[in-house]
Design a protein around this ligand. Structure first.
Ligand code: ADP
Ligand code: MG
Length: 388
């Protein structure tokens, strides 16, 4: 008996065939991610605890015999984009095609000769919501090209190649968290990542089992990693590490903060304190999840939000309102997630209270004159894989 393909899978495969004239060589999927806790700690060589979500980018791909690349997305108005693997350079691509072409370019930088290909991309990861829709695309593409070309890259190589694509081709100064979650995620787990050495440990995280649901509240406030806020936070962290004489803020402990306060100006000190306490909160969250389960991490999520709001100053009125309102209506813990200045908040909510939290947040946003947010549940899901 042959298995019936999942509807979404047969849809992307069938669409590919009707657009490009024959079936794809395969279909790959890579999820978006939510960072449970550990914000801006990645580039300080610290700890993060993201999980892959049940929303993903799918790519149907067929290698060609020449160097032509044809790209189409089921989303947006860009239409079919045709280019050559041989002419790629940073700044040469537009719109969503920056992500697949960035991967081709990054593989080229590694000395891999990627042939031309046709690609259809479909994704249900909301874009610009801080759920890393861009890495979902990059991870699906790198998995596909790695498989089809027999390049033999391991997960670690793929993490670094997609980072190179984002940093040097797309021009977004992101770390390794997003693609690590997308590539290494596992159902019912969070990915505990040490950004100093890329070591990974899967930590049980199944909110449902604990009678909880993790809601994402997309504030619809657009964030941009390339803007000045992100760069200036990175710079403050670098200055802090330099003055304190450490390689990275990862090396500063809670017990060092008192001394640090005398050495740093007050703004830099608050930035440093966020990173140091956030690293500690990640470790505590891992400990709680391992010993007691998701019902015991609420206060750590709350403390993380307060630290980002007051010390790192990367929240915004919409994120604060989402967090406060969901907490007031039954969530056991809530925080903004992602780089900040917009994007999404998460609220760990008892099953049965989802509707109350959703309605309360929508009402509060309307009363404040904010754009209507999207509120939806996510579950910790499997990482990137070949589907067909
Ligand atoms: P995030 O990764 O947090 O969602 P980014 O700004 O890094 O936000 O990436 C969003 C970009 O990714 C969009 O502007 C678009 O170019 C691209 N993108 C993501 N998903 C899709 C999609 N389904 N279709 C077309 N483009 C997409
Ligand atoms: Mg992104």
């Amino acid at each position: 008996m042959t298995a019936t393909p999942a509807p979404a899978l047969s849809a992307v495969s069938g669409q590919f065939e009707s657009i490009f004239g024959s079936a794809p060589d395969g279909v790959w999927q890579a999820p978006g991610r939510v960072n449970l806790i550990g914000e801006h700690t990645d580039y300080n060589e610290g700890f993060v605890l993201p999980f892959a979500i049940d929303k993903a980018a799918k790519v149907a791909v067929r290698l060609r015999g020449d160097s032509c690349v044809r790209l189409l997305s089921t989303f947006g108005k860009q239409g079919l984009v045709e280019t050559e693997t041989t002419t790629l350079a940073p700044g040469s691509a537009k719109g969503w095609t920056k992500y697949p072409l960035g991967v081709v370019w990054a593989l080229g930088q590694l000395g891999l000769d990627v042939p031309g290909f046709d690609l259809l991309m479909d994704s249900d990861v909301p874009l610009g919501a801080g759920l890393s829709s861009s890495h979902a695309i990059e991870c699906a593409v790198i998995m596909a090209l790695n498989d089809l070309t027999g390049a033999g890259l391991g997960l670690e190589d793929m993490v670094l190649a997609t980072q190179r694509a984002e940093n040097d081709f797309v021009g977004a100064p992101t770390g390794i968290m997003d693609q690590s979650a997308s590539l290494r995620g596992s159902k019912g787990h969070a990915v505990f990542l040490d950004c100093r050495n890329q070591s990974v440990q899967l930590i049980p995280f199944d909110p449902r089992e604990a009678g909880l649901v993790l809601l994402v509240i997309d504030t619809k406030v657009s964030h941009s990693h390339a803007d000045g806020g992100y760069a200036s936070r990175r710079e403050s962290c670098e200055v802090g590490a330099q003055v304190l004489g450490v390689t990275a803020l990862r090396d500063v402990g809670i017990g060092d903060l008192e001394e640090a306060s005398g050495l740093l100006d007050s703004a830099t000190f608050r930035r440093v304190r966020h990173i140091v306490t956030e690293n500690d909160r990640v470790l505590q969250t891992v400990e709680r999840l391992t010993t007691d389960g998701p019902a015991h991490i609420g206060l750590l999520l709350d403390a993380s939000h307060a630290s980002m709001r007051d010390d790192f100053e990367i929240s915004c009125p919409e994120l604060d309102l989402a967090v406060e309102t969901s907490r007031a209506h039954g969530a056991i813990g809530a925080r903004m997630t992602g780089g900040g200045f917009g994007g999404s908040a998460i609220a760990l909510t008892p099953v049965g209270h989802e509707q109350e939290v959703r309605d309360a947040v929508v009402r509060a946003f309307a009363a404040a004159g904010f754009t209507t947010p999207d509120v939806f549940p996510v579950t910790p899901a499997a990482g990137a894989a070949r589907l067909a």
